[in-house]
Every structure is written in C-alpha cells, then in structure tokens.
Design a protein around this ligand. Structure first.
Ligand code: NAD
Ligand code: TDX
Length: 332
C-alpha cells in the first residue's frame, strides 16, 4: 500500500505518519506539504527513505498534486489552514487551501481513480448549548460559525458531491479537538503550557466556560486508519473520545500539573463568534468499525503532553515569539 498524506508536516498529519510508520511497516508513505508557518519538517525527520518520502508542494498546484496522486493507492487529506483566530484576521488562505486545495485533490483522485479519506472537523456542525443533551452525529445539519469552519464545511460538501456525481471512492471523518506532541504553540493547550514555561500566565478567552471535546491525536490516527481499511465508501464517521472539558478546567489542570497555583491565569478578550460547546457522538465508528480510543485518561494524556513541551523547547521556541506577537496585535 502506497499512501499520500497531505499536510503531513503539521500537527495531526505528522502524528499520523509516525503512527502508520509503526503500525503498518509494509506501507510506503509520501508526504506532500508546502511548509506554511504551521508545517515543520522536523516533525517527520529520521524516517527510512525506503519507506518514506517528502514532496514540498502546494495542494492548490494541480500539476504537482496530479503527479503525486498518480503514484499512490490512497490519499489521506489533512492539509488545511487550521486556526480559527487566524481565519478571523485573514480569511483568504482558508478559502484557498481548504476549498480550492480540496477541489484539486478531488480532481486528481477522480482522474486517477484513487481512494481518498478526507479529514474534517466537528466545527462544521456549529456549536451546542452547555446544557444541550444532544451531541453531534453524522446526521447533524451543517452550521459553521467561522471562516475556518465554513471553509472546512465547504470542503466536506465538495467531497460528498464528487462521491455522488463522479463515483469518487471517498470517506470523511469529523474529529473533535486534538491534543498531543507537535501541536503548534498558537493552539490552546500548547500556548498555555509554553506561557507557563516562559514565566507568564495562561490566557483564557472570555469567561473560560466554552467546552471542547478533547481527544489524543494518536486516537485520531487510529480512527482514521480504521476508516481507511474498513470504512464504507461515501460514509462520514465522527471521531471523539468523550473528553468534554471547559477551558477553565483545562487551564487549571495544566497549572496544577506544572506545580503552580491553579488560579494563576488571566482572562483576555473573547474570540468573536466563539463557539460555546462541541461534543461528539462516536458510536457509529465504535459499533460499525470496532474502534475505541486508547487515551481515556485526559489527566494522564495532558501530563504526557506537558512533559513533551518541557523536553522539546528547541522545537517550539523558534515559533513562540512570532505567535505571541500575532496575539498581541489582535488583543488576545
Ligand atoms: P496544522 O495547521 O498543524 O497543519 C497543517 C499542515 O498543512 C501544515 O503542515 C501546513 O504546512 C500544511 N498546509 C497548509 N496549507 C497547505 C497547502 N496549501 N498545501 C500543502 N500543505 C499545506 O493543522 P492540524 O491541526 O494538524 O490539522 C490537520 C487537519 O485536521 C486539518 O484538516 C484540520 O481541519 C483537521 N482537524 C484538526 C483538529 C485539531 O484539533 N487541530 C481537529 C479536527 C480536525
Ligand atoms: O489562548 C487561548 N485561550 C483560550 O481560551 C486560545 C488559543 C484558545 N482559547 C480557547 C478557544 C477555544 O474555546 O480554547 C479553545 C480551543 O481553542 P483552539 O486551540 O484555538 O481550538 P478551536 O478553536 O476549538 O479549534 C480546534 O479544534 C477543532 C482546532 O484549532 C481546529 O483546527 C479543529 O478543527
């Protein structure tokens, strides 16, 4: 099996590459990534060139994508602009990469008759009230809030249309908030850990009551592999690990883990249009494909993640100042 992983130098894509490299030793992995500010080749260093190669290219470049897709059996499409705050500040790269890029991938898999798995997010469903007993399922209507989530929703719609109109062999997964190693310091958990490591306070948007449904990125990888191998073409699977926590609880857990007073954080301006709560019902993936998460203890997973950032300051330090300068500009 020869797989092409788009966005494989980013957070979730690189964790997926390492997971497949370990779990499927007879597979060949090609990463295609144009190394935006969020991509880092160091995330996928040291892999055997007989089993791995890297192409630096933009997914919007039809020629580059066509060539790469022609040489593989299946495409796992992670590449995206992924940060909500950036999308509020500068939406164009989101429209370009998430919509036009996905269109180019779809045309290439259609031309060459290849299997596609499209990676999406729970944010396409909008948000839930804090006391809503419902969770998102694959039948929840789309209702995205931000330029990021609306461009991801658009990309999902393109995939569905290419399956129905052109018979493209594709599946989709919508996953909840990931955490783990190699996550960019712009994102919530790494930002707070590295703020504490730099001697500053964690920063909570608004009142900190917004809820996210956390999943360890390795559990996302195992879910994607299950869908790739056993999923039904045309189907959408939601991936989640019953990890609902509000942001204040997570910050308090990080502070406690790092030996600080759990109230030693500050409130900053809220994100415009800030989604209140996400929650995933992953029963379809569990019952139909036999998947279950391995990281069911969030406290332990978070402690491992804190340790990773403590031990890998050489990885995150070069990105930290520029990230905080950007936050300063937008007042968060
Ligand atoms: P990330 O921002 O860490 O990585 C994105 C990667 O894509 C980077 O390596 C970047 O260089 C590459 N990329 C961006 N634009 C590109 C382009 N035009 N051409 C080629 N490569 C390009 O993102 P992530 O958090 O790892 O997210 C990966 C995927 O998972 C995205 O599709 C995202 O929507 C989805 N997702 C993320 C989460 C989460 O919690 N982070 C949850 C659910 C779904
Ligand atoms: O400093 C912060 N303080 C804070 O309170 C930051 C960076 C975030 N937050 C809040 C906003 C959210 O409620 O924490 C929560 C998580 O924020 P992000 O890490 O920016 O993630 P979110 O907006 O929930 O989106 C993430 O999950 C779904 C990923 O970035 C998306 O790519 C994925 O689709």
């Amino acid at each position: 099996m020869k797989i092409l992983v788009t966005g494989g130098a980013g957070f979730i894509g690189s964790n997926f590459v390492h997971y497949i490299y370990r779990e499927r030793p007879d597979w060949h992995i090609t990463v295609i990534d144009n190394l935006t500010y969020a991509g880092n080749k160091a995330n996928i260093e040291g892999l055997d060139p007989k089993r791995f190669d890297f192409i630096k290219a933009d997914i919007c470049d039809a020629d580059a994508i066509n060539k790469a897709v022609k040489n593989c059996d299946a495409v796992i499409h992670f590449a995206a602009e992924s940060h909500n705050d950036n999308s509020l500040h500068s939406p164009w790269p989101f429209v370009n990469t998430n919509i036009i890029g996905t269109y180019q991938i779809l045309e290439a898999v259609r031309n060459h008759g290849k299997r596609l798995h499209h990676i999406s997010t729970d944010e396409v469903y909008g948000d839930l009230e804090l006391d809503d007993p419902a969770k998102f399922t694959d039948r929840t209507p789309y209702n995205p809030s931000s330029p990021y989530s609306s461009t991801k929703a658009a990309s999902d719609m393109l995939v569905r249309a290419w399956v129905r109109s052109f018979g493209v062999q594709a599946t989709i997964s919508n996953c909840s908030n990931n955490y783990g190693p190699y996550q960019h310091v712009e994102k919530f958990i790494p930002r707070q850990i590295t703020e504490v490591l730099e001697g500053r306070k964690p920063k909570l948007y608004g009142n900190g009551e917004n809820v996210r449904d956390w999943i360890h990125t390795e559990d996302h990888s195992s879910g994607v592999l299950a869908i790739l191998e056993k999923g039904k073409i045309g189907e959408t699977y939601l991936i989640g690990a019953d990890g609902e926590k509000n942001n204040k609880e997570v910050v308090e857990m990080i502070l406690e883990n790092m030996g600080k007073d759990s109230s030693d954080y500050e409130h900053v301006n809220d994100r415009p249009g800030h989604d209140m709560r996400y929650a995933i019902d992953s029963s379809k993936l569990r019952s139909e494909l036999g998947w279950s998460p391995k990281y069911t203890d969030f406290k332990q997973g978070l402690a491992d993640t804190v340790t990773w950032y403590q031990e890998n300051s050489g990885w995150w330090k070069p990105q930290k100042q520029a990230t905080e300068d950007k936050y300063k500009e937008i007042g968060r």
